[in-house]
Design a protein around this ligand. Structure first.
Ligand SMILES: [Zn+2]
Length: 179
């Protein structure tokens, strides 16, 4: 579906490919009254179209790093501040990936390794919650293969040997079971 077009009302789109492009129709919506005035904000409905959002505010899409720093500095957990709105699988994957960044403040020096842990967390969450999300195991497998390919490319770009055992499907499912 082209960027910015509303999804089919009430239907979660699992067909969106994970190709590394920016996710569309995904936003972190602030809870009413959450103590997070330090975070950059925009109207949620500008970024998550057709999800019934009205006057709710959300983290500005360019503010992911600011949120990772700000939440840590103010000792606010992501869950206290916001919830994730997404109407398609690509958006949900990247939202979960970013959510993991929010929980892991620190120097962003080993990019490929940091991103790998975020990917593993997102895949594990999606496996755990596949029934709620309406994700067939075959769709999860496809997503897993796409995420692994992206991860492999990051390691190649950094000239690092990949250690994709961490991201093997069986290991990710094991991680999900351990939660
Ligand atoms: Zn990331």
């Amino acid at each position: 579906m082209p960027a910015g077009e509303p999804g089919v009302a009430g239907r979660f789109d699992v067909a969106t490919p994970l190709d590394g492009s920016d996710p569309h129709r995904m936003v972190f919506v602030f809870h009413a009254g959450a103590a997070c005035a330090f975070l950059p904000r925009e109207l949620a409905r500008l970024h998550a179209i057709g999800l019934g959002l009205e006057e709710e505010e959300a983290l500005a899409p360019w503010g992911i790093d600011a949120a990772t720093d700000g939440l840590y500095a103010h000792r606010v957990t992501p869950r206290e501040a916001m919830w994730l709105a997404a109407d398609n699988l690509n958006a949900l994957f990247w939202g979960l990936h970013d959510w993991t960044h929010f929980h892991n403040h620190g120097p962003f020096e080993q990019r490929a390794w940091t991103e790998l842990q975020c990917d593993a967390s997102a895949l594990a969450w999606l496996w755990m919650n596949r029934e709620e999300v309406g994700l067939e195991p075959t769709v999860w497998d496809r997503l897993h293969a796409q995420a692994t390919a992206l991860s492999r490319r990051r390691f190649e770009d950094e000239g690092l040997p990949g250690a994709f055992g961490v991201l093997e499907a069986a290991r990710v499912r094991e991680l999900a079971r351990a939660c």
